[in-house]
Design a protein around this ligand. Structure first.
Ligand SMILES: Nc1nc2c(c(=O)[nH]1)N[C@H]1C(S)=C(S)[C@@H](COP(=O)(O)OP(=O)(O)OC[C@H]3O[C@@H](n4cnc5c(=O)[nH]c(N)nc54)[C@H](O)[C@@H]3O)O[C@H]1N2
Ligand SMILES: Nc1nc2c(c(=O)[nH]1)N[C@H]1C(S)=C(S)[C@@H](COP(=O)(O)OP(=O)(O)OC[C@H]3O[C@@H](n4cnc5c(=O)[nH]c(N)nc54)[C@H](O)[C@@H]3O)O[C@H]1N2
Ligand code: SF4
Ligand SMILES: [Mo]
Length: 710
């Protein structure tokens, strides 16, 4: 595949086909402006529609986000829409076999089962998991259904295993869990630090801004244990030992303070916690033994970061998906606060949000402790307000912290008896697949609502067909808090329905009030009415190419692209620095499992591949899983390039192909998370105590040859 031509926006061969069709077929070519369904960059594009079918995409040249460019996934996002594999009818499991059902049958059954289980076992017997792939309106609908219908806070979304630690960590450091600055703001910076982010593959159109900045002469330093595509792009690459972020950040901060380079005025005026931080980092003056970075390199980085007039940190899952996730995020916050790099253009701490609507799913309150707009469920006034808005009895909404996504899996069977999954594929994407499958089997009742039959549907009692991004109206909120419109281009396949509509059907069947929405806009306006920081974000405002960034509390408010200007969002307006100790991962390599397994992504595939595997060119590039192994290790084990080998951990074993490469250091291996019976058969469910993030990016594995394998 010609990646560069994609990045230049030259498009695929399909564009030629579209042009031909335009000439030959009867009218009606429509260009429907909408938002890419894949990553949190939120690129704008047009779906090209001919005769009621999506036949291609056209990047949006007016968009300030992607300026007429798209990455390979964006370019091909239309291909899976009309796949013959789409779910078209509800299916119910009868005597162990799935059979087609009518909507009436499926809705009746779900309403009856959920009501029965909740009446008998109470609100903690149910678990709701919302997608970050669907529109905001769907996410709002699901959490409202959980809370109004069953008075439960057991509702969560996939951010838990993505940027949950960002929400927790940045809230503690800055008072808001969101990214501080917009993507293009890197052009105002004097130093760009990319830490645990492989943006060149995972967020190509955000990485494009970094490339532009680099061309302007702004230096880019990449910190990653692996020589990733992004590391290749940087001016400098710092390799450190996997999962040692806190130790490395502490060493850097020790030298910043030791050399008097901290921003004293900023610390005094805008922060607290400096003394605690200073005391803690003293132990890390030289921690090369832990993090593996030579002292001179640490000092050099410390000087560069502290002396830059404006320095920005961009980070991603290398930081979050560990049992120290929240503390890793707070370490990024510490670095920025210590040097005064928050609250103006060109600075900040920016998590690159993952899925197209991971920001929005959290914003909508599909979270176990907050309503929409991060209004805490544990504050009685907030609950009283929501009870009024939703027509509930005073004091009825729960004041307990609900079970998180991964906890719900552990609680399947006891106390959780029934679960509702909307747009998730836990069997492939959650840690320890064998555990996930065993747990799902323990449920009395399980619903999966998806656009494709994924590997998890097997464990459901009812599978419901939702509509995909091309078939519905709504909004996705990008990683920079920009709310982007999603517009319906074509009808859904067969009997598929809007995700929010399905939820409303069940709610109404149960006799619940407040679900009489006629359109996605009705759902959005329902949300706005009870969400102060989004009240001013109207569909009308989203018509502009630049749309609007929340917080936007009033109709005449322009929105807020940069957070924490002059004052942090925390209650006392201060940023907080924390003294944080390094903790090793939950499972480290040992004699029995001598290799560290890191996991991550590839430019060509998206997560569990339900969509990208149905785009011809993307599937062609990487049709099966592989593991990267260092040259010396491969030699020791007598493994050849592309040989089929066995990889096992304490939780399971898989077969995959070896890719021999010095991109990973000796003792370290890397697999992508995209394949079933792949990385997540091996990964560990140990949780970060603060955010409940599992350790998806670190576990110990053993590698063996398979006799006779080629
Ligand atoms: N093509 C594509 N793009 C995507 C996605 C996709 O599936 N495919 N998914 C989207 C989503 S939801 C997300 S959240 C983002 C993720 O975007 P990223 O987080 O950028 O992607 P990853 O490849 O998961 O991991 C990033 C890097 O973390 C490094 N890393 C740094 N420190 C450590 C460490 O201590 N331990 C380990 N194990 N790794 C470390 C890894 O080497 C890797 O290069 O991408 C989004 N974009
Ligand atoms: N080992 C390891 N595991 C990981 C990660 C890692 O780096 N390493 N990354 C983690 C991260 S960051 C993430 S975000 C998760 C992703 O994990 P998941 O969210 O489970 O994966 P996806 O494949 O993105 O999507 C889930 C489902 O949503 C469906 N879907 C798409 N659009 C719609 C829609 O409009 N409506 C409905 N109803 N369904 C829809 C898709 O068909 C798919 O079946 O994986 C996590 N797992
Ligand atoms: S960078 Fe992200 S939003 Fe943009 S085209 Fe690629 S996948 Fe879509
Ligand atoms: Mo993610």
């Amino acid at each position: 595949m010609k990646i560069l031509s994609f990045l230049r926006g030259e498009g695929s061969v399909k564009e030629k086909e579209i042009a031909t069709m335009a000439k030959t077929s009867e009218p009606i070519i429509k260009y429907v402006p909408t938002t890419c369904p894949y990553c949190g960059v939120g690129c704008s594009l047009y779906l090209v529609v001919n005769g009621g079918k999506v036949v291609g995409v056209e990047p949006d040249k007016r968009s300030p986000i992607n300026e007429g460019k798209l990455c390979p996934k964006g370019m091909t996002c239309w291909e899976p829409v009309h796949s013959p594999d789409r779910l078209t009818k509800p299916k119910i499991k009868k005597n162990g076999k799935f059979v087609d059902a009518t909507w009436d049958e499926a809705i009746d059954l779900i309403a009856k089962k959920f009501k029965e289980i909740s009446d008998k076992n109470g609100p903690k017997a149910l678990g709701f998991q919302s997608s970050c792939r669907t529109v905001n309106e769907d996410c709002y609908a699901l959490q409202k259904f959980a809370r109004v219908g069953f008075l439960t806070n057991n509702v969560d979304n996939c951010a838990r295993i993505c940027h949950g630690p960002s929400v927790a960590g940045l809230s503690l450091s800055f008072g808001s869990g969101a990214a501080t600055n917009p993507f293009e703001d890197v052009l105002n910076s004097d130093l760009i630090v990319m830490w645990g982010s492989n943006a060149f593959e995972a967020h190509p159109l955000a990485a494009r801004r970094v490339i532009q900045a680099k061309k302007k002469g702004i230096p880019v330093i990449v910190l990653d244990p692996r020589y990733s595509a992004t590391a290749r792009l940087g001016d400098e690459w710092i390799r450190f030992n996997p999962s040692t972020h806190i130790a490395l950040a502490n060493s850097i901060m020790y030298w910043i303070i030791k050399e008097g380079l901290e921003n004293k005025a900023f610390i005094a005026e805008r922060t607290k916690g400096f003394d605690d931080l200073k005391k803690t980092v003293e132990k890390y003056a030289d921690a090369e033994e832990i993090h593996g970075v030579p002292l001179e390199k640490v000092k050099d980085f410390a000087r560069k970061y502290a002396k830059a007039k404006n320095a920005v940190i961009i980070y991603c899952l290398g930081i979050t998906e560990l049992t120290t996730g929240t503390d890793n995020v707070r370490s990024m916050g510490n670095l920025a606060l210590l040097t005064g790099n928050v609250g103006r253009p060109g600075v900040g701490v920016n998590p690159l949000r993952g899925q197209n609507n991971v920001q929005g799913a959290c914003d909508m309150g599909a979270y176990p402790n907050v309503y929409s707009g991060y209004q805490s469920c544990l504050v009685p006034e907030n609950s009283a307000k929501m009870e009024k808005a939703w027509g509930l009895k005073e004091g009825s909404l729960p004041n307990w912290y609900g079970s998180t996504l991964t906890e719900q899996i552990n609680e399947a069977g006891n106390p959780i008896k029934a679960m509702y999954f909307m747009g998730l594929n836990p069997v492939v994407s959650y840690p320890d697949s064998n555990h996930v499958m065993r747990q799902l089997e323990k449920l009395d009742f399980c619903v999966m609502q998806d656009i494709f039959w994924n590997e998890s549907c097997e464990y459901a009692d009812v599978v419901l067909p939702g509509t995909c991004f091309a078939e519905k109206d709504g909004t996705f909120t990008s990683g920079e808090r920009r709310v982007n419109r999603v517009r319906k281009a074509v009808d859904g396949p067969g009997e598929a329905k809007y995700d929010w509509e399905i939820i409303a059907m069940i709610a109404k069947k149960m006799g619940l009030k407040g679900f009489d929405w006629k359109s996605a806009k009705d759902v959005w306006d329902d949300m706005r009415a009870c969400t102060p920081n989004m009240f001013g974000v109207t569909y009308e405002k989203m018509e502009k190419p630049e749309s609007v960034h929340w917080p936007c509390p009033a109709i005449d408010h322009p929105g807020t692209p940069i957070l924490h200007v002059g004052k942090f969002s925390s209650a006392d307006g201060k940023g907080t620095m924390f003294g944080l100790e390094y903790r090793p991962p939950a499972e480290v390599a040992d004699a029995e499992y001598p290799f560290t397994l890191m996991t991550g992504r590839l430019i060509f595939h998206y997560h569990t591949r339900t969509q990208t595997d149905r785009a011809k060119e993307l599937h062609y590039e990487v049709p099966e899983s592989y593991i990267q192994i260092n040259t010396l290790d491969a030699k020791k084990l007598g493994i050849k390039e592309n040989e089929k080998i066995k990889v096992s951990s304490r939780r399971g074993q898989i077969e995959t192909r070896a890719r021999i490469s010095d991109d990973v250091p000796p003792g370290v291996t890397y697999m992508t998370m995209h394949f079933h019976k792949g990385a997540n058969t091996l990964t560990n469910t140990a949780l970060d105590p603060l955010s409940k993030m599992p350790e998806l990016k670190h576990c110990a594995v053993k590698i063996e040859k398979i006799a006779g394998a080629a």
